[in-house]
Ligand binder design. Structure first.
Ligand SMILES: C[S@@+](CC[C@H](N)C(=O)[O-])C[C@H]1O[C@@H](n2cnc3c(N)ncnc32)[C@H](O)[C@@H]1O
Length: 232
């Protein structure tokens, strides 16, 4: 296998798994409410009314509806046609469907979803979409693929791209609270070459596994990052 075939294999290796999750409705990651951190902190981006927002690995997220209701043109990309069909059906949206290269574009007013593989997108698909909303897209991917996800994002997004990134970061062993409320080492390593990174908000939550007896309380940090692409 040459290097590019190896990379293609690596990025696509989980695709059958995701398709199966949707087929079997094993989609615990789906939130039945709009993400509260989106609703609270999005406004601070001070974006122009009507500007385009790209939502990678969008699933059937209700956050897309909320973004469209704020006046944005929204473009999601999602691998599973089951997820895309469920999004339009469950939200009672009338849609059109058209072939768009390797993708099928489902469109309803200012909201569209390209059904296909994120790694097959190119710059032309994202003309007019300068802001990215990422909730559980980067972090849904295996750690080894995340670098390729960011490289692809940089390749397909306009130069002035901004990213609104939500993460849930489990506390590492012996990590202090002071260390936890900083930009994580992984986010720095992934984005700092191409983006300036601002950590806009951190919330610590303490949880134990209620299904297991004497399960230890674990800490995690919910973080809101704002990233701005550096000029080339
Ligand atoms: C953890 S879910 C998050 C969905 C959504 N962002 C949310 O907040 O509900 C990840 C989604 O990415 C989709 N996905 C995984 N790999 C993909 C790829 N290469 N291209 C497009 N979608 C992908 C999966 O089918 C799944 O719906």
């Amino acid at each position: 296998m040459n290097e590019s075939t190896q990379a293609n294999y690596a990025v696509n290796q989980d695709n059958p798994l995701w398709l199966q999750f949707w087929q079997d409705q094993r989609v615990d990651f789906h939130q039945t409410e709009v993400n509260p951190l989106l609703a609270k902190f999005w406004i601070n981006l001070e974006l122009e009314y009507g500007c385009g927002v790209f939502v990678p690995l969008c699933g059937k997220s209700l956050d897309m509806l909320w973004l469209a209701q704020q006046g944005h043109a929204v473009l999601g990309v999602e691998l599973s046609p089951v997820a895309v069909a469920a999004f339009f059906r469950e939200n009672q949206l009338k849609f059109t469907k058209q072939r768009c290269g390797q993708f099928t574009l489902w469109q309803s007013g200012r909201l569209g979803i390209l059904c296909g593989d994120y790694f097959a997108l190119n710059k032309k698909h994202l003309i007019g979409f300068e802001t990215v909303y990422d909730r559980s897209a980067l972090t849904a991917l295996p750690e080894t693929i995340r670098r390729l996800y960011v490289a692809q994002l940089r390749k397909i997004m306009p130069h002035k791209a901004r990213v609104f990134l939500l993460t849930v970061e489990d506390a590492a062993e012996h990590e202090t609270l002071a260390q936890a409320i900083e930009v994580s080492a992984e986010i720095k390593a992934l984005y700092q070459n191409d983006f300036s990174i601002e950590l806009a908000y951190v919330e610590s939550v303490f949880e134990s596994d209620v299904t297991a007896e004497n399960s230890p309380v674990k800490r995690a940090e919910y973080k809101v990052y704002r990233l701005s692409a550096e000029s080339p």
